[in-house]
Design a protein around this ligand. Structure first.
Ligand SMILES: C[S@@+](CC[C@H](N)C(=O)[O-])C[C@H]1O[C@@H](n2cnc3c(N)ncnc32)[C@H](O)[C@@H]1O
Length: 482
């Protein structure tokens, strides 16, 4: 039997934390949670729990500090080595076979704590000889953990799974710590992401089209409903054929996630079926063409050369490029649209193919170049914003979104994306305003109508997503003006 709360304000604080972060563990473990609350209060010099509760409601920084005290951030390099064996022996080679040599392997450590898991992935792809065609994203809800991760310095305890050869190759001794070498650090991008919120998959945070997601020792802190929601969103963030790896002690992903479990000698791993069509995947903001729609085996559907009807007009070529993009044949898109000399749609096709084939840096460079030729294109500014954000350039992304909104104030999806940027920069009032505008604009049109720039996203789905964000920000009580 669990120990009861000694203070009603402590329970109210645990409820607030749980509703904002999905960390229902706080509610289930009163004694540990109260200890954490008291530690966090001490850091702030606060002696009254009711007063501290009010502070938490108003100050995001105070909530961050408390989350840092309450979350368990135990992690180390190559934890559960058999998972990494499976990734090395099966997932990486299979992905290369499906998508080809040029494919950029996209991996995400969701709930990465101080970064050891994300860096283990970066080392693994280096060892597998595909390091220069791989990107790793590490996200967590703890800002303190993310700061440690970005610093890339670790003590022996974090490296207890590592052999001496591994140490010598990837680390430099720095006093009592070990510092990761630059090429490995550069491969990993860390950013804040609250898994309990409906903010992914999304191009704004780069959480789309993943070949591999590790979400280990995180789901264990959520209740069954939250596990269901989180695993559904993680599944939707995978490319068709992509893999979700959870820890052996984690709850199993919800059935609605649509993942296929594979029982192997290395453990149980979950795969998104290859044939899942992107259109079936719910997503908050999904400019779909950047996301892989399917894998190479579909290629025969669009032969490179058509002996009956040669692609003689630009429009015919763009139509074929659109098809190829939907089928994930990015090389063919790049062949059909070899430069940025065409119209804005052609530029978008090339930029989306570059994002998937060469990575976001190449795509951002192309978007900047295209914007010099088409400075009034909301499509291109929006793509630019999304790519900048996926690289962590939040200020630049915000500027690009503001341009989109300046050019067309009625684009709900742009307001929604701006809301996500504000949220990531901890500007909660501004985030509320943007989500409110997104909800109002999407409520102005029939719910089943597709929104501009959202590539298939319906007005109803965007309005609902904006409302969910507002609710999690404590803004749901404000009625949306008609
Ligand atoms: C025990 S660590 C797991 C680290 C690593 N995945 C591993 O298995 O070694 C759990 C991490 O989940 C993070 N976390 C908890 N709730 C979260 C949420 N709602 N969104 C994102 N991260 C969360 C915590 O901050 C903590 O860093």
């Amino acid at each position: 039997m669990s120990v009861p709360w000694t203070d009603a304000a402590a329970e109210a604080i645990a409820r607030l934390v749980s509703s904002r972060t999905g960390f229902t563990y706080a509610l289930q473990h009163p004694a540990k949670t109260e200890e954490g609350i008291r530690r966090a209060m001490e850091i702030r010099g606060s002696s009254s729990m009711p007063a501290y509760l009010r502070t938490l409601q108003d100050e995001p920084k105070a909530m961050d500090q408390l989350v840092d005290e309450l979350t368990i951030r135990e992690t180390y390099f190559f934890r559960e080595p058999r998972h990494f064996d499976f990734i090395r022996e099966h997932i990486v080679p299979e992905t290369r076979r499906q998508h080809g040599e040029e494919h950029v392997f996209r991996a995400w450590s969701a709930g990465c704590a101080s970064g050891e898991e994300a860096y283990s992935l970066a080392i693994l792809v280096d060892q597998a000889g595909v390091g220069d065609r791989a990107s790793v994203l590490g996200t967590d809800i703890s800002h303190a953990a993310l700061d440690t991760a970005r610093a890339g310095r670790f003590r022996d305890w974090s490296l207890r799974g590592a052999g001496s050869g591994f140490l010598a190759r990837y680390f430099r001794a720095r006093g009592p710590a070990w510092e990761l070498i630059d090429p490995i650090r550069r491969r990993v991008r860390f950013s804040f992401l609250n898994l309990a919120l409906d903010s992914y998959p999304s191009h704004v945070s780069g959480t789309f089209g993943m070949d591999l997601i590790l979400c280990r020792n995180v789901l264990i802190y959520f209740d069954a409903w939250t596990v269901e929601q989180v695993t559904k969103r993680l599944a939707a963030s995978l490319a068709p054929g992509g893999w979700l790896v959870t820890a052996s002690s984690d709850p199993t992903p919800g059935r609605n996630a649509g993942l296929v479990p594979h029982v192997t000698e290395h453990g149980v791993f979950y795969q998104r079926p290859v044939e899942t069509m992107v259109a079936e995947v719910p997503e908050v903001v999904r400019p779909a063409p950047i996301q892989r729609a399917t894998v190479k085996p579909m290629r025969p559907v669009t032969p490179r050369s058509d002996p009956v009807e040669p692609p003689d007009t630009p429009e015919a070529r763009y139509e074929r490029a659109r098809k190829a993009l939907r089928q994930g044949d990015y090389e063919q898109v790049l062949e059909l649209v070899p430069d940025l000399g065409g119209n804005t749609d052609a530029c978008r096709l090339r930029i989306d193919a570059l994002a998937n084939q060469r990575g976001p840096d190449a795509a951002v460079a192309a978007a900047s170049q295209a914007l010099r030729l088409h400075p009034l294109s909301t499509t291109l500014h929006f793509r630019h914003a999304v790519l900048l954000s996926s690289l962590g350039h939040l200020d630049a992304s915000e500027e690009a979104l503001r341009r989109v909104i300046y050019l067309d104030r009625g684009l709900a999806v742009a307001h929604f994306a701006l809301g996500a940027i504000h949220w990531r920069l901890r500007r909660l009032d501004a985030a509320r305003r943007s989500y409110r505008t997104a909800a109002r604009l999407s409520a102005d049109v029939p719910p089943e109508s597709e929104l501009p720039l959202a590539d298939g996203q319906t007005a109803g789905a965007l309005a609902a997503a904006a409302q969910r964000h507002l609710a999690s920000l404590g803004g749901q009580e404000e009625a949306i003006p008609a």
